[in-house]
Design a protein around this ligand. Structure first.
Ligand code: PMP
Length: 291
């Protein structure tokens, strides 16, 4: 099997021919930015969902690190990689990090390295999420406050998510929920949170949470409001679901011991989302960029 082609600083290379330095600043301090984007099969060929929105968030992350990156070229490279790799579905991962220039904390002298890879798609919460739902547990860890590190996809900040997720999986759950000191829901480790109560769909709003592109899409599709939600309210909801590029619309079957049945509204929203990402809703075609 031919190896995967990746884009590195303007060049298309075999992934086997790429290398990174042990002295990379990004390796030592997490000084990098990334995106998680999906390409879906449609009846007009593979298309990337909300590419421009993902690249705009990527650009904001690069700016936060004063990293000079050709974001437009990376977006174009994503589409070209799907063609070169003959992929109809993929997880698209652009990443820029500081590669060389030393290990001091002033980033001004550093040089970034950028790459894009289109990985064969593998479910992130696991295929089990579809059948059995997600078992969600409140974390004892707090989300990094946005006042400390902006709520963007900065590499180092994901240690926070990983530690929280580890606690949850060790306790036999699938995913961790961050709440704040006052008990308000923030987000999961890689997803935003929604609830359904009395037929009304509500997106959880929190200043420390990532502004999710799937969340914004689902809000448009459902007319959901976005507001602060307390953990007690989540426990009292009829349905709870998580949204993310990877997880898509994933129903929560258990939250801190409270069981939820397989849920009607969530199932409908999940199906609608699948229609949209696969280009079966002409009114939302502007969200797709065909390769
Ligand atoms: N929160 C966090 C911490 C995430 O990493 C993600 C995944 N990018 C999300 C929420 C969901 O964002 P999106 O819908 O843009 O993928």
């Amino acid at each position: 099997m031919s190896s995967l082609t990746v884009w590195v600083d303007g060049e298309f290379l075999s992934v086997d021919d790429t290398r990174a330095s042990l002295m990379a600043h990004g390796l030592h301090y997490g000084t990098g930015v990334f995106e998680g984007i999906r390409a879906y099969d449609t009846n007009r060929g593979p298309a990337i969902f909300r590419l421009d929105d993902h690249m705009a968030r990527f650009s904001a992350g690069a700016d936060a690190l004063a990293m000079n990156v050709d974001v437009k070229a990376m977006g174009q490279a994503s589409l070209e990689l799907l063609r070169r790799n003959g992929q109809s579905t993929a997880y698209v991962r652009p990443l820029s990090y500081f590669e060389s220039g030393g290990l001091a904390l002033d980033v001004a002298p550093l040089t970034p390295k950028s790459f894009v890879t289109t990985l064969p798609w593998k479910s992130h919460l696991g295929d089990a999420a579809d059948d059995t739902g997600v078992k969600l547990r409140t974390s004892s860890h707090r989300r990094t406050p946005a006042a400390a590190v902006p709520a963007l996809k900065l590499c180092g900040n994901y240690v926070n998510s990983i530690i929280a997720k580890l606690e949850s999986t060790r306790a036999g759950y699938d995913e961790a929920l961050f709440i704040d000191d006052d008990g308000y829901v923030c987000e999961a480790t890689g997803e935003n949170v929604f609830m359904v109560k009395g037929g009304r769909v509500t997106a959880v709003d929190h200043h420390d949470a990532l502004s999710g592109i799937t969340k914004a899409s689902v809000m448009t599709l459902t007319g959901a409001e976005s507001r602060r939600v307390h953990r007690d309210e989540l426990l009292d909801a009829d349905e709870v679901f998580l949204t993310g590029t990877s997880a898509e619309v994933a129903w929560v079957s258990e939250f801190d011991g409270r069981q939820f049945a397989r849920n009607v509204a969530t199932r409908e929203i999940a199906m609608l989302y699948q229609d949209v990402v696969h280009g079966r809703r002409p009114e939302h075609e502007s969200w797709l960029t065909w390769a």
